[in-house]
Design a binder for this molecule. Structure first.
Ligand code: PLP
Length: 422
């Protein structure tokens, strides 16, 4: 996709006027700055904004709890017993999955451990895990402790795909080379959908095919990808995936996360796993102590452990309804335009010596985030952005992450952000 942009303010206003998704901004609460005006909120990659509809949906659950007590499990407006069912189809659409491949549960890192408990079964010869570097620290901790948990050494079992000298992002060929090099020893390839630091979108289908050709299992961490880029996990044949819901999914702090298990594994009740009663066949679940044998549900639900956290799931329902209404394809179209426009404005003029964008330039290699490397006085630059009413974030040593999101950000905000930065 190529665009012809121009740098004037009128052009930004015109893009907003032509934006078919512009009305969605009114469906969110926008944090305001000291002057009472909305902040330029480009931090949806950290914590997405609150849908206005979230409050009513949470209040409904509180009211049902107050009025019905334990009977709300079956008699609430949306019965709690099957509450997670209401999330399944919209979540499946966002990741490109069959409904039986998706379960909303726990938090991201917990789900990563649960998936690894099933899919990382190291043997004497096949025991290595390949992941990108830098990865989000929680993933690194989880993977290293998984390795140690099996009595192995991270130094021997962890293979890292790094950017080349002088580059910022990891080349797909680098990952493919490492897969070839460690072909017979790799058990799992774990790749981020979109890297948290650089904003790089990985070529998931190519990496998946290359690894699976050699019998290597592929898992994807979608923390920065879900609700940001369209995904087709089922068709890409990914083995498992995990995500959180408080970033681009706008489901609130610590919101309930999700997991994907490909159909061919999801229906295999023989797979080893760490179990709890909500992963058990519903027909025998409430026979309780009379049924001590665990019989997994033959779907991703078979990995569910506990009864669903209703108060943390309620805002996710509000948020998923907005994604259903807007549609991921339309959101991605606007997102590509919004971020390309930001890139254009950042490169307009002669600030090349002060900052540069380390995120890939091609739209199909990134989501909405641009990672801006400040050459001089990065912290001071960031403080000045904050003082001017911008909410984005800073990652050591010198990277400012700005993530304009298509649901609630405008082209005019992108224009103002670029002007403030210049
Ligand atoms: C945000 C993020 C996490 C956070 O993990 P939680 O378990 O939700 O606290 C983990 N991994 C990645 C890649 C992330 O972007």
């Amino acid at each position: 996709m190529s665009f012809t942009f121009s740098a004037g303010e009128k052009f930004a206003q015109q893009l907003d006027a032509e934006d078919p998704l512009r009305s969605f901004r009114d469906r969110f609460h926008l944090p305001v700055g000291a002057n009472g005006e909305p902040l330029i909120y480009f931090a949806g990659n950290s914590l997405g904004l609150m849908p206005k509809s979230a409050k009513q949906i949470v209040e409904q659950e509180l009211e049902d709890w107050a009025k019905l007590g334990v009977d709300a499990h079956l008699n609430a407006k949306t019965p709690w017993y099957s509450y997670h069912e209401t999330l399944r189809e919209p979540a499946a659409r966002l990741v490109g999955a069959q409904p039986i491949e998706v379960i909303c549960m726990n938090s991201l890192t917990v789900n990563l451990h649960l998936m690894m408990a099933t899919f990382y079964r190291p043997t004497k010869s096949r025991f290595k895990i390949l992941m990108e570097d830098p990865a989000f620290p929680s993933d690194t901790y989880a993977i290293k402790t998984q390795i140690v948990h099996h009595g192995l050494e991270p130094k021997e079992a962890l293979v890292l795909a790094r950017p080349r000298e002088g580059e910022f992002t990891v080349r797909t060929e680098e990952i493919l080379d490492l897969i070839e090099k460690h072909t017979d020893e790799l058990a799992v390839v774990l790749i981020g959908g979109v890297n948290f630091f650089t904003g790089q979108l990985f070529d998931i289908p190519t990496i998946t095919a290359a690894a699976q050709k050699h019998g290597i299992t592929v898992g994807v961490d979608l923390a920065h990808a879900i609700g940001n880029v369209p995904l087709s996990l089922h068709d890409w044949n990914v083995d498992f995936a995990v995500w959180c819901s408080y970033k681009y999914l706008n489901a609130g702090p610590g919101a309930v996360a999700g997991a994907f298990v490909h159909e061919r594994h999801a229906t295999n009740t023989k797979l080893l796993r760490l179990a709890g009663w909500f992963g058990n066949d519903p027909n025998t679940r409430f026979r309780m102590h009379l049924e001590p044998e665990f019989i997994p549900v033959a779907s991703a639900d078979g990995w569910q452990i506990s009864n669903p956290p209703i108060l943390s799931m309620a805002p996710l329902r509000a948020s998923l309804a907005l994604f259903e209404e807007a549609g991921m394809e339309a959101l991605r179209q606007k997102s590509i335009k919004l971020t390309s426009y930001l890139q254009f404005l950042l490169e307009d003029g002669d600030s090349g010596s002060l900052f540069n964008v380390i995120t890939p330039r091609e739209a199909n290699e990134r989501g909405c985030q641009l990672s801006i490397q400040a050459r001089e006085h990065p912290k001071e630059l960031f403080s000045k952005l904050e003082a001017a009413g911008v909410k984005c974030d800073f990652r050591e040593p010198n990277v400012i992450r700005a993530a304009p999101t298509p649901l609630y950000n405008t082209f005019h905000e992108v224009w103002r952000f670029a002007r403030i930065l210049h």
